[in-house]
Structures are given as structure tokens and as C-alpha cells.
Design a protein around this ligand. Structure first.
Ligand code: ATR
Length: 291
């Protein structure tokens, strides 16, 4: 499915992607395919915005009559001061990935966390009453750790720079979640893994991302328990080194494209009010990746 048959005219409703850079994004292909299959006269456009223009760009969405936007790296936090309202989840995560323009007011949401949970459940993992080890303490880790803890899954955050893991755990604890969020030092990691403390491993670092595809956030010498589910947010390449390690260990390996698809599906539902055509969006994303 491609967006080739979209007809732009005076009635076309616009949404876009604020980021820097945006040219490699899969979102235009995914959303335009969805609009087409839903029969909506909507169009999703990439909006490359340099950091010094974020404020003007956000205000411009309302001025230009956009229905909304997605926000990606590096603007997910920077857009927040320019919004009229920020929903509770986006506030707790501390980042906005979706903006809805309603009657000229700009409302910020974050669908990354719920998109991650939807992808996890799709892969057969139920987070309630389970324990997760999240690698990383950047924006992606924030959304994932918060969503898991709200879904009643205890979370331990481990990061190369330990102080960032400590800060993230504290930030989420302050927001108040159903299950606890802690951090794990490099020294404590082997013992905690040995004692079978976890059911789920999430890579929320950028390690393993193309072109450094031989890299892994999990030491090769450190066995991965076979009962684990291993979710790698990196989806380029499709089979990361970490996922290959997981498969070799007999663990369940899950590719991160599902999170991208579901965060997009949830955003589309916010903008249009229509149930999102998830399978259409998946096919469009996979096509764009050449899978
Ligand atoms: P994002 O918003 O996409 O999560 P980010 O804020 O730049 O991006 O965070 C990237 C994450 O990957 C961080 O947790 C980073 O660890 P540091 O906080 O120590 O920088 C992690 N990361 C990146 N390169 C890494 C590497 N080579 N080894 C381990 N962790 C790495």
C-alpha cells in the first residue's frame, strides 16, 4: 500500500511530523496509507524543524489549520512549553509525541508508552505482576518504564551512565505508578539476573542500530535466561544482534517495529476519532523498510 492515490484539494486535513531530521521517518507512509484505507481526505507531511524554530513551528500548527502533529527526536521535550494543555501521561513521561489541535488549542499527548504496551501484548507478553529490566535512560526508556510500571510491572532501569538511571527512576517514582521503578548498577546486574529477578528485557538504548549492527547492549558472555521475553526498540535492522542472542538462548525475541506502529495508530485515533487500521499501517511501514 502506498500513498500514491491521495488527492489533495481544498478540503484536505493536514497532520505532520515535527522533527530534525525527518526524512527517514516511516510515519508519512504509515499514516497516509491509513488515511487512504479509511477513505479520509487527510494528508501527513514531514515538517523538518531546526531546534531554534520549535516554538514558531508549534504555534504555526494552529495558525495553518493543522489538525495535529507527531513530534520526534529531538523535539519531544522542547515542544512542551508551547502547548496549551498537556495530558497526564505525557506530563508523567515528561515528553510529548503527539499534538492535537482542537478549536485552536494545542493539546500534548504521549502515545509511545501505550504503543509499547500494545506491541508487547501483541507479542504475547502480559506485563501485570511481572518484572522488567529496561536498558537505557533516554526518552524512549522514559516512556517504556512509565508504561510498564503503570501496567503493574515492576521496573529496574540500567544505564551506561548510572546517574541518568537514578534520575529517571526518581522522576517516575514522583509521578506515582502502580508498580515500583528502581535502578540497577552495573555491579548488581549479574546477581539480579542470576537470581531470576526478571521476565522481560527491553533495549531502550540506541545500541545495535544500523550501521553499527554488530553492537549489542547485552554482553556476549552473559547468558540470557531462556524464559525471558526480549524486546528491542531498535527495528533497523529487523534482527538486531541482541535479538539473535535472545533467539540463540531460547528466549522470545520481539522486534521494535510494533511500538512504532502502535504509537502511530493511537495518534491517528486521537486526531481522526477512527479506529486505526493497524495492519495497513504495519504493511506500509514494512514496505518503507524494504522488508
Ligand atoms: P532516546 O531519546 O532515543 O532514548 P537518548 O536520550 O540519546 O535517545 O538516549 C540514548 C540511550 O542509549 C541512553 O540511555 C544512552 O546511554 P547514556 O545515558 O549513558 O548516554 C544509551 N546509549 C547510547 N550509546 C550507548 C552505548 N554505546 N552503550 C551503552 N548505552 C548507550
Amino acid at each position: 500500500m502506498t500513498s500514491s492515490s491521495i488527492k489533495i484539494n481544498g478540503h484536505t486535513q493536514l497532520v505532520g511530523l515535527l522533527g530534525w531530521p525527518v526524512e527517514h521517518s516511516l510515519s508519512p507512509a504509515m499514516h497516509n496509507a491509513a488515511f487512504e484505507v479509511l477513505g479520509l481526505n487527510w494528508c501527513y507531511v514531514p515538517l523538518p524543524v531546526p531546534p531554534e524554530r520549535v516554538g514558531a513551528a508549534v504555534k504555526g500548527l494552529a495558525a495553518l489549520g493543522f489538525c495535529g502533529a507527531n513530534v520526534t527526536v529531538p523535539h519531544k521535550q522542547a515542544v512542551m512549553p508551547y502547548l496549551d494543555e498537556i495530558d497526564e501521561t505525557a506530563q508523567a513521561i515528561g515528553a510529548v509525541n503527539t499534538i492535537l489541535v482542537r478549536e485552536g488549542r494545542l493539546i500534548g499527548y504521549n502515545t509511545d508508552g501505550d504503543g509499547f504496551l500494545a506491541a508487547l501484548r501483541e507479542a504475547g507478553f502480559t506485563p501485570a505482576q511481572r518484572r522488567a529490566l529496561v536498558l537505557g535512560a533516554g526518552g524512549a526508556a522514559r516512556a517504556v518504564a512509565y508504561a510498564l510500571a503503570q501496567a503493574d510491572c515492576a521496573v529496574a532501569i540500567h544505564n551506561r551512565t548510572e546517574q541518568r538511571a537514578v534520575q529517571l527512576a526518581r522522576h517516575i517514582q514522583r509521578a506515582g505508578t502502580r508498580a515500583p521503578v528502581t535502578w540497577l548498577s552495573t555491579d548488581a546486574l549479574p546477581t539480579e539476573v542470576d537470581q531470576a529477578r526478571f521476565d522481560l528485557l527491553v533495549n531502550a538504548t540506541s545500541v545495535g542500530l544500523w550501521p553499527r549492527t554488530d553492537a549489542t547492549p547485552w554482553p556476549e558472555t552473559f547468558p540470557l535466561p531462556s524464559h525471558w521475553t526480549v524486546y528491542d526498540l531498535v527495528y533497523n535492522p529487523r534482527e538486531t544482534r541482541l535479538l539473535a542472542q535472545a533467539r540463540a538462548a531460547g528466549a522470545t525475541a520481539v522486534c521494535g517495529l510494533g511500538m512504532l506502529i502502535h504509537q502511530g495508530a493511537l495518534a491517528l485515533e486521537l486526531w481522526t476519532g477512527h479506529p486505526p487500521p493497524v495492519e495497513t499501517m504495519r504493511v506500509a511501514a514494512e514496505d518503507a523498510l524494504g522488508w
